[in-house]
Design a protein around this ligand. Structure first.
Ligand code: SF4
Length: 371
């Protein structure tokens, strides 16, 4: 079986090239061809020696997953569906804005975390993605977009690990993928423009701070443990007090001086004035001076398997005012790509459902195992 070069960050590629008898600078050239030029044909890599190209042709490949579909929304949002084998598919979404192009990347096929308000969580869990499958989402989207708008300039300026899956449950494969995104010989994204979003896998939050500190977003969604454990089973293992302490530890390494808290607005569940006041008290109780966190309120997109409803626009605005008036910087996320099921929390719409049994087993594993 051929080695898929999309699995390697530059260090690993250099080590691999060494096994072929090639020096490090050859690995850097190859890395640029793959990620900056979007090449997948070794013959076209004209500044590499023919003998090196011949070795690569027999032993290696640049193999992204097949694209099943590519849908464009009326608002310019684009969603790709990738076939990752064995009946599994993953989704990747590009959101174009005036000053940035953000790619929302998946880290798992399905998700074992079982958050009540999340379409992916309802779908169940199949497996962790490989590094190559995480990197390939960026590789495919970047070069597809360049082709479509006829440019050689970089189109994707930000990556958010907020697609399907809990990225920190797949830490081993995530780490090299993040390094590829940040590498100046590949995509050259700044640490501030790569965000890992987590439901709160604490040991891996600490590891990420040590190994590859990028921007951090945490799914909070509730102001107390009772409600959060109901909405997010992982809270039974890592309750709020421990989660917030881990966020403050992360800030010692983070490229930004704040953590973003995601808060999905659920009608009558977590969206009342009393919930907002409880949230303010929770943040203040950490005793950390300064604006160390920001809130991002997410309008909930309902889906077939859910019996939850989204809060009204007025309720979301009232909730935001309480947080803002208390000095917590709060924004309301614009819903994008709703017509192609690319909006937040809807990534699973085109993906085959896993069985409920499989989902229950995965949930039990999350709570039983060390993350
Ligand atoms: S919100 Fe994130 S962690 Fe929770 S089930 Fe959905 S994808 Fe998984």
């Amino acid at each position: 079986m051929k080695v898929n070069l999309l699995d390697f960050d530059l260090e690993n590629l250099a080590a691999y090239c060494q096994t072929l008898g090639e020096k490090r600078f050859r690995a850097t050239q190859l890395f640029r061809w793959i990620h900056q030029a979007g090449a997948c044909d070794f013959d076209g890599m004209t500044d590499l020696a023919k003998s090196f190209r011949d070795k690569l042709k027999t032993q290696a490949c640049i193999c992204p997953p097949n694209v099943i579909s590519r849908k464009s929304s009326a608002d310019g949002t684009i969603k790709w569906l990738f076939d990752v084998g064995n009946g599994d598919a993953i989704e990747t979404v590009f959101i174009a804005e005036a000053d940035r192009g953000t790619l929302c990347v998946s880290s798992q096929a399905g998700c074992p975390m079982g958050c009540l308000f999340c379409a992916t969580g309802h779908q169940g869990f199949s497996r962790n993605l490989k590094t190559s499958e995480i990197v390939a989402q960026l590789w495919c989207a970047e070069h597809d977009l360049r082709q479509h708008i006829h440019t050689r300039e970089r189109v994707i300026t930000n990556v958010v690990m907020m697609g399907m899956g809990e990225p920190l449950q797949n830490y081993r494969e995530l780490l090299p993928a993040l390094r590829v995104m940040l590498d100046d010989h590949a995509y050259g994204l700044s640490r501030r423009r790569v965000t890992v979003s987590t439901s709160g896998v604490l040991p891996k939050m600490d590891a990420l701070g040590r190994d590859c500190p990028v921007a951090l977003a945490v799914s909070l969604h509730a102001p107390n443990d009772t409600l959060r454990s109901h909405l997010m089973p992982l809270n039974l293992k890592y309750p709020l007090a421990d989660l917030l302490s881990a966020c403050l530890r992360y800030l010692e390494h983070a490229p930004r001086d704040f953590v973003t808290f995601e808060y999905c607005m659920l009608d009558g569940v977590n969206d009342q004035d009393k919930d907002a006041h409880e949230l303010v008290a929770l943040i203040r109780a950490q005793g950390h001076p300064g604006a160390w966190c920001k809130f991002n309120l997410i309008p909930f997109n309902s889906f077939a398997a859910s019996n939850l409803r989204g809060s009204s626009v007025e309720r979301i605005k009232a909730f935001a005012s309480i947080l803002n008036n208390a000095g917590l910087i709060t924004t309301i996320r614009k819903t994008r790509g709703g017509d192609i099921s690319a909006a937040c929390g809807l990534l699973a719409g085109d993906v085959q459902d896993r069985t409920r049994v499989k989902l229950r087993m995965a949930r039990r594993q999350v709570l039983d195992q060390e993350a």
